[in-house]
Design a protein around this ligand. Structure first.
Ligand code: COA
Length: 328
């Protein structure tokens, strides 16, 4: 049986740090409120002239370097993002060109915060089908560009960043990606979305004046569904692999809010030391949270051969997804 295994991980965070104390100067908020309600202490903000494709390219270069695989050997690039450089063509094509990955075809995938795990699912199916052997999966965002910096309900929660993995085909392997699961429910669209400027609401002076370009969210409602969906998708992944919570060496949930992580971990009976948390340093970077955390954990030596690693995400759409990896 062919399985996709992770051959390398990489990430890239912008240099500029914005702390909660910096936000106190912008909106009516406090460090205390943000830390208590979200666990977030600081986030990274892309510099002027630094785009989603730049962060994605650097994360991908680091993953390729770790894998020891030249960009020319990549068959496919899948990039999860809701903040691509252009409405079209895809940011994945820009990254392909930046990397010189001349033999890859490349596309963006729009699944909000589940974008990276949706990408992992597509890439795993691609490899298992025998269609190609080496895939770059990237999650990259510059959410700071679509935040309303006068809205304390949203601007304190998000940040910029990118993470990537290189997948390669492994024949008759007991390790690698054991399962991926993906779900959507479009009936929740307006709890978390960006009203403009797609073709439903084209750019206009009125649209700009009413902030239609900014991310909109009903935080309370999102919170409840996020905990429920992350719990369900995590249990689904465990059951599909005949595993229980204690068999998981590391659980990396989407880093949206520490309270969401803690509530989910409690429901699936995961102990605090099993859960990877970096939301305090980066906030919610949407599709980038999981590959960034995976790269940090990998480079810190937290992942050993045969460790079971559970990844679970939830995001706008709504979308939710999981991946269970036996580390190699
Ligand atoms: N600073 C200070 N006060 C703030 C604030 C801020 N940054 N943001 C909101 N408030 C206020 C609200 O205006 C409200 O005031 P009111 O009671 O006078 O109306 C009060 O705090 C409580 O707001 P509420 O929305 O009930 O707080 P909460 O405990 O639900 O926390 C979130 C708000 C946004 C942190 C929380 O709902 C959340 O994390 N939701 C999920 C968001 C998310 O992760 N989205 C992405 C999913 S992929």
């Amino acid at each position: 049986m062919i399985r996709a295994r992770i051959a390398g991980t990489g990430s890239c965070m912008p240099e500029k740090v914005m702390t909660n104390f910096d936000l106190e100067k912008l909106v009516d908020t406090t460090n205390d409120w943000i830390v208590t309600r979200t666990g977030i202490k600081e986030r990274r903000i892309a510099a002027e002239g630094e785009f989603t494709s730049d962060l994605a390219t650097r994360a991908a270069e680091r993953a390729l370097e770790m894998a020891g695989i030249p960009a020319s050997e990549i068959d496919l690039i899948v990039l999860g993002t809701v903040t691509g450089d252009y409405p079209w063509p895809s940011t994945a094509c820009i990254v392909q060109n930046n990397l010189g990955a001349k033999n890859a075809y490349a596309y963006d995938l729009s699944a909000a915060c589940s974008g990276f795990l949706y990408g992992l699912g597509c890439a795993s199916d691609f490899i298992q089908s025998g269609r190609g052997k080496k895939v770059l999966v990237i999650g990259a965002e510059t959410l700071s560009r679509i935040l309303d910096w006068t809205d304390r309900n949203t601007c304190v929660l998000f940040g910029d960043g990118a993470g990537a993995v290189v997948l390669e085909a492994a024949e008759n392997s007991e390790t690698g990606l054991l399962s991926t699961h993906m779900h959507s429910d479009g009936s929740y669209l307006d709890l978390l979305y960006q009203p403009g400027f797609g073709t439903r609401m084209m750019p206009s002076v009125q649209g700009v004046e009413t902030g239609a370009f900014f991310l909109k969210m009903q935080g309370n409602e999102v919170f409840k569904v996020a905990v429920r969906s992350l719990t369900d998708i995590s249990n689904e992944a465990l059951a599909a692999n005949n595993l229980s919570a204690e068999d998981i060496a590391l659980f990396i949930p989407h880093q949206a809010n520490k309270r969401i992580l803690e509530a989910t971990a409690k429901r699936i009976k995961m102990k605090e030391e099993q859960v990877y948390v970096n939301v305090h340093r980066y906030g919610n970077t949407s599709s980038a949270t999981i590959p960034v955390a995976l790269d940090e954990a990998n480079r810190a030596g937290l992942l050993k051969v045969d460790d079971n690693v559970l990844l679970s995400a939830f995001g706008g759409g709504f979308t939710w997804a999981s991946a269970l990896i036996r580390w190699s």
